[in-house]
Write a protein that binds this ligand. Structure first.
Ligand code: F0G
Length: 457
């Protein structure tokens, strides 16, 4: 028999409001496009009663620890286990969950040597049920979609959001509509959406085109949008920070480094850090730094060229297809997080991304190219002395290696940069390549290969 889920003593489950990030307007309800009806900017979820409720950090920590012993579905989820800091549900038993979260924190000894930062960790969000961090937000947003009575959910995606949404919609008995840019997402991600039964439209545009079309669609049709504009997604994505800090015994690292695309994830993690600090769960704020691909560097340019005041759109182009985004929706939230935590915003080249991905892979930890921007960015931040060798650093790996096998195979075969301006520079990556070897099926041939490999290892 499942053990009944527990609540933190003295905690009135989190009543929440929608707060406009620009004009400060506060409302009980959000419209279909999750924008402020007054100024059209994005909404975030706030919890006005936390202060009155007198949440105790010690009670929260011990409740979350205790829930690890429970077999109830909400407690087995690495997201809902932290539900005291999430929007309250009408009924906890009705969550749509695939046991998301619960991801490992790994040490990276070889990357530590490469970067000169001995205390280097990776929190691998690619080990979520559908292979990316999106599941932590999706369990919350999909649950609220069903609670609100929606039959259809929809998203625009570079692949991971659609895979995750399709899975949670299927688990929750809802229909899903996916808008992805044709030819610009990996087959693995596309195949997930198909397998989970989504109506999948490959639009002849880029991600930004898909997202702007979706914004119009939700105002015309009864579909619930599950992009990270949806603030319930970001509330779920906060929990990676809670789980990370619990794994570090509530001792904050000096730096957390995340990839930046549409900028929902960095906003969510930053929000979690700020809330944890306000609730005395942590004694100081880690610096949250955001790394983008050079070819999709809207936030980097926005910060450098306008001081974070005005978004500079870019025409995005990068092989890290998950972050091929030129008009990031949550840029203002991300700027706020950079300012509040004192983090940096950097960009890395295609070659640097490929090299970092192979270096993480050589530790036995597979991630997708977009995740590897974190290690590539760390190297730059060390060089700039923004990160010091005696500091603790956590990289957030957002997606699984298996999400984009074409990239990995292209890298190891040596044709990833063929016929591109990076072709000659990519020769520097040869020592990291581990190409497949085609042989006659003879014992001799295999033994010779083994001996060769031993000689050069
Ligand atoms: N890493 C991976 C693996 C992603 O899939 C994404 C975004 C990001 C990083 C960037 O996160 O957008 O919150 O800044 N993927 C989205 C998608 C856009 O549709 O799957 P972000």
């Amino acid at each position: 028999m499942p053990i009944a889920p527990t609540s933190a003593p003295g905690v009135d489950r989190a009543a929440f409001r929608f707060h406009c990030i620009a004009c400060g307007n506060v409302r009980d309800e959000a419209s279909q496009n999750f924008r402020c009806p007054q100024c059209k900017d994005l909404l975030e979820i706030t919890y006005p009663y936390w202060k009155e409720a007198g949440l105790s950090a010690e009670n929260l920590k011990s409740t979350w620890r205790q829930r690890r012993l429970s077999q109830s579905a909400v407690d087995l989820s690495g997201v809902w286990r932290f539900r005291d800091l999430l929007p309250a549900l009408a009924n906890d038993q009705k969550v749509i969950t695939l046991r998301e979260g619960n991801t490992p924190l790994y040490e990276l000894p070889q990357c530590a040597r490469i970067t000169g930062v001995p205390r280097l960790f990776a929190k691998h969000q690619g080990l979520n049920p559908t292979g990316s961090f999106k599941d932590t937000g999706m369990t919350v947003a999909a649950t609220f979609a069903r609670q609100a009575g929606f039959r259809w959910v929809a998203c625009a995606s570079t692949g991971n959001t659609s895979a995750s949404m399709a899975a949670y919609a299927a688990r929750g008995g809802m229909c899903s509509l996916v808008l992805v840019p044709e030819g610009k997402i990996s087959w693995s991600k596309l195949s997930q959406a198909l397998d989970y039964g989504a109506v999948t439209c490959q639009l002849r545009t880029d991600f930004d085109g898909c997202l702007s079309l979706l914004q119009e669609l939700v105002l015309r049709a009864p579909v619930y949008q599950l992009n990270s504009i949806n603030p319930f997604r970001l509330e779920g994505q906060k929990t990676v920070a809670l789980e990370l800090l619990e794994q570090l015994d509530w001792r904050p690292p000096d730096h957390i480094i995340v990839p930046g695309g549409n900028l929902g994830n960095s906003s969510a993690i930053g929000k979690a850090l700020i809330e944890m600090h306000e609730l005395d769960l942590i004694s100081c704020l880690p610096k949250l730094s955001i790394i983008q691909a050079e070819g999709a560097n809207a936030l980097v340019r926005t910060v450098r060229e306008t001081g974070g005041k005005r978004l500079i759109n870019v025409q995005a182009e990068t092989r890290a297809t998950a972050v091929r985004i030129g008009n990031p929706a949550s840029w203002k939230k991300a700027v706020h997080v950079l300012e509040a935590t004192g983090g940096a915003c950097e960009q890395v080249s295609e070659i640097e991304i490929a090299q970092a991905k192979a270096e993480i892979g050589a530790e036995g930890i597979g991630c997708e190219p977009a995740s590897a921007v974190t290690l590539a960015g760390l190297k730059k931040l060390v060089k700039q002395e923004f990160v010091k060798p005696d500091e603790t650093v956590v990289l957030i790996l957002t997606g699984n290696l298996l999400k984009d096998p074409d990239f990995t195979i292209g890298f190891h075969r040596g044709d990833l940069f063929k016929d591109t301006p990076d072709e000659s520079a990519s020769g520097a990556l040869n020592p990291l390549r581990c190409p497949p070897i085609v042989l006659d099926a003879t014992l001799d041939a295999v033994i010779r290969t083994l001996e060769q490999a031993e000689k050069y290892s």
